[in-house]
Ligand binder design. Structure first.
Ligand SMILES: Cc1cc2nc3c(=O)[nH]c(=O)nc-3n(C[C@H](O)[C@H](O)[C@H](O)COP(=O)(O)OP(=O)(O)OC[C@H]3O[C@@H](n4cnc5c(N)ncnc54)[C@H](O)[C@@H]3O)c2cc1C
Ligand SMILES: *[C@@H]1O[C@H](CO)[C@@H](O)[C@H](O)[C@H]1NC(C)=O
Ligand SMILES: *[C@@H]1O[C@H](CO)[C@@H](O)[C@H](O)[C@H]1NC(C)=O
Ligand SMILES: *[C@@H]1O[C@H](CO)[C@@H](O)[C@H](O)[C@H]1NC(C)=O
Ligand SMILES: *[C@@H]1O[C@H](CO)[C@@H](O)[C@H](O)[C@H]1NC(C)=O
Ligand SMILES: *[C@@H]1O[C@H](CO)[C@@H](O)[C@H](O)[C@H]1NC(C)=O
Length: 621
């Protein structure tokens, strides 16, 4: 009854102002919105804007995007590689932190995630790559029909507009590509920046001389050494990001978006076939009055892997015990909500390279040089101002970087499935984790899936003066997201639980030792490296492990917290991305990835969103 009153009031307000012409632009006030939309999308980030674009292709479908953050103003730190990383901690960042990480010397970790139209695609490091085919096939092996590389490839291509490397880059760096795995008319531009620091070639040579080949194209074979494209617009050499999915189709009168509005909960009603989401409630701030809007057809969660589980839990969809503890109604007992949190933890070897002509830090240190390079950029879009995101990477199967891979995989295999999981987890979630473990153990013992990423960063972001970084691609540790308050404006608890499975951290020790082997190659020695950290005094495995505990951070790839898996395995959505127990609620963001793929995530996010849009369209007709 209470709810009904509120809605009627809103309808009334809405009717009064319906005379406002709709031009498909961003709405600034609730009064400019329609009372009802076919589709309401929660979160105008990477996945949300892609899905909004596709669903509004049909002019009969009205679509509303509700985004908590602001709209960027095309600031330099958003658009230019020169200032890559500059939006972290800004007004476009949710600024959330973890609880102290028990297995990482009790350190609290910052987790930058986008609170802005375009979401994390506004903040991200612009690497644009994919996982290996076997990485996606694991999703299907977990029971998700149609979720394999072959069936995702058309969507990777659909989202992408690839610019082939220049003749100069082909000659200088030997970059090759396979046109059959790329798209050439999608919304997100990918390609190589006009300037690549020459020392990136040394990394490739080092890899090749160690017997690690260069992949012809990561697009179909993201293994071993490869040249990673960036999400960069070729003409302006600026960031290509999710906003293009919105900006490029304006005006489209049936697509509306409102920003600076946070969805506070889903409005639901019970039907004989399950919980129907009739709309969403939202507010401009904690103090502001709650508004609501009705969805005739579906509500689509695209709030990212941290906030999608928060919204579900606030709405009474989650683990029963948690909801009861907070005094929330239990609409759907779904213990997997917020669990299965995965990321790519990140560590670095700090090196001083005495013999490189230039690296990005020079732009910071020498104002004259920076001014010259700025002038070059604005006159011809050339030079170091176009560079920042890494291009030289290696995604290595376990046995490629460690002779002890079988030993470590055996150590994982010997663990009982729940040995290092959060205590008190629901048996369904443990069963799902066990299924993941079995598949991962088989995959990681083959050369088809990478265990570790090695990134060469000299010539990459000025923020990272650590030329050689490493990142575990398939942690066995699992974290969680959990509300601790019924106030939607209180951030949920974020616990990565990085390193809770001790073998994960042992693998970092192996990877650091392999970094030293890379550094010892002639191709890197020519750059005159000095190891600053872990440093020459850190030689034993124990010392290296302590270094790992004291330094590991995150690569900002939160995922898995509303996984696409069987319900009896703690899954939250089925393979049509529909939330179990609901008739019309879908999730399309990073939360649905049941196993994080070995890659940076954005290209996968766009591909999944493109596929999600087709699924939603197909289910409506
Ligand atoms: C600093 C950083 C660097 C990265 N570097 C790379 C990289 O180099 N390459 C790469 O491939 N990937 C990178 N990533 C990861 C990649 O950008 C993300 O995985 C991807 O953008 C996530 O997409 P999403 O749609 O799941 O979430 P997002 O794009 O984060 O979108 C979620 C949106 O929902 C909004 N929202 C949340 N809650 C609410 C609510 N209650 N109401 C309304 N709106 C809400 C948010 O404000 C946000 O706009 C990086 C990420 C970060 C943060
Ligand atoms: C994050 O912190 C920055 C700097 O302190 C601030 O400007 C910004 O508004 C904060 N963002 C949010 C979403 O609170
Ligand atoms: C793809 O990118 C090229 C180069 O910028 C551009 O000319 C072309 O119009 C783009 N295609 C689409 C469909 O955006
Ligand atoms: C700074 O850059 C200018 C212009 O490139 C160069 O001439 C000068 O030698 C540089 N200064 C230092 C200290 O490297
Ligand atoms: C494995 O051992 C062999 C023989 O000792 C050695 O040559 C090789 O470099 C080692 N490989 C790795 C990845 O450590
Ligand atoms: C959870 O909420 C309780 C009660 O408000 C508070 O004491 C506790 O510190 C919170 N925990 C975290 C991790 O924020």
């Amino acid at each position: 009854m209470h709810l009904l009153n509120k809605l009627v009031l809103f309808f009334h307000v809405g009717t009064v102002v319906l005379a406002v012409p709709f031009r498909g632009e961003l709405k600034e006030r609730e009064e400019q919105l329609l009372d009802t939309y076919e589709y309401v999308i929660v979160g105008g980030g990477s996945s949300g804007l892609a899905v909004a674009n596709r669903l509004s292709e049909n002019p009969k479908h009205t679509v509303l995007v509700i985004e908590a953050g602001l709209v960027d103003q095309h600031e330099d730190n958003v658009l230019l590689q020169r200032y890559l990383g500059g939006t972290m901690g800004s007004k476009y960042d949710w600024n959330v932190t973890t609880v102290p990480q028990t297995h990482l010397a009790d350190r609290v970790q910052k987790l930058p995630i986008g609170k802005v139209f375009g979401g994390s695609s506004v903040l991200n490091g612009m690497m644009f790559d994919r996982g290996s085919p076997a990485d996606y096939d694991l999703w299907e092996e977990l029971g998700n029909k149609g979720w394999n590389f072959k069936e995702l490839l058309p969507y990777f291509k659909k989202s992408e507009n690839f610019t082939i490397p220049s003749t100069k880059q082909v000659e200088e760096f030997g970059i090759t590509w396979d046109p059959s795995v790329h798209g050439f008319d999608g919304y997100i531009n990918s390609g190589f920046p006009n300037f690549i620091y020459p020392q990136n070639k040394n990394f490739q040579t080092a890899m090749n001389n160690m017997g690690i080949p260069t992949s012809k194209d990561m697009g179909g074979n993201a293994l071993n050494h490869y040249w990673s494209p960036n999400s960069i617009e070729p003409t302006t050499q600026t960031r290509s990001y999710a906003r293009r999915y919105y900006d490029l189709i304006q005006p489209r009168p049936n697509l509306h978006a409102i920003t600076s509005r946070q969805v506070t909960k889903l409005l639901t009603k019970e039907t004989s076939t399950g919980i129907q989401v009739i709309g969403v409630e939202f507010a401009e701030s904690k103090e502001a009055s709650r508004k609501s809007v009705i969805a005739n057809c579906e509500v689509i969660l695209a709030a990212g892997a941290v906030h999608t589980p928060q919204i579900l839990q606030l709405s009474g969809i989650g683990e029963k015990a948690l909801l009861k503890r907070l005094g929330l109604p239990v609409l759907i007992d779904l213990p997997g909500v917020g669990q299965n949190y995965q990321d790519h933890p990140f560590a670095s070897m700090k090196l001083n390279l005495a013999n490189v002509e230039h690296s990005p830090i020079d732009l910071e240190k020498n104002a004259t040089y920076d001014a010259e390079m700025k002038a070059l950029f604005y006159s011809s879009r050339e030079g170091p101002w176009t560079a920042g995101s890494p291009n030289a990477v290696a995604f290595l199967p376990f046995s490629t970087f460690s002779n002890r891979s079988a030993e470590f995989l055996a150590a994982y295999a010997a663990q009982s499935p729940d040995a290092y999981l959060r205590p008190g987890l629901d048996a369904k979630v443990i069963a799902g984790h066990n299924a993941q473990r079995k598949l991962l153990l088989a995959a990681l013992s083959t050369p088809k899936v990478a265990t570790m990423e090695f990134i060469f960063l000299s010539g990459a972001s000025r923020f990272i003066q650590t030329p050689l970084s490493i990142s575990l691609q398939h942690s066995f540790s699992r974290g969680y997201i959990e509300i601790n308050s019924t106030d939607p404006f209180t951030a949920p608890i974020i616990d990565f639980r990085t390193g809770s499975n001790p073998v994960d951290l042992d693998i970092y020790v192996e990877a650091l030792k392999f970094c030293r082997k890379i550094v010892a190659t002639d191709a890197i020695q020519i750059l005159q490296p000095t190891e600053l950290a872990p440093g020459p005094l850190t030689q034993t495995d124990g010392d290296l492990r302590t270094f790992v505990e004291n330094t590991v951070s995150t690569m900002f790839h939160p995922s898995g917290t509303a996984s696409m898996m069987k319900r009896e395995w703690g899954g939250v959505v089925d393979d049509r991305l529909k939330v179990y127990g609901t008739t019309n609620l879908r999730i399309v963001d990073a939360s649905i990835q049941p196993l994080i793929p070995a890659t940076h995530l954005q290209a996968t996010i766009y591909a999944v969103a493109e596929k999600a849009a087709d699924i939603i369209k197909a289910d409506q007709s």
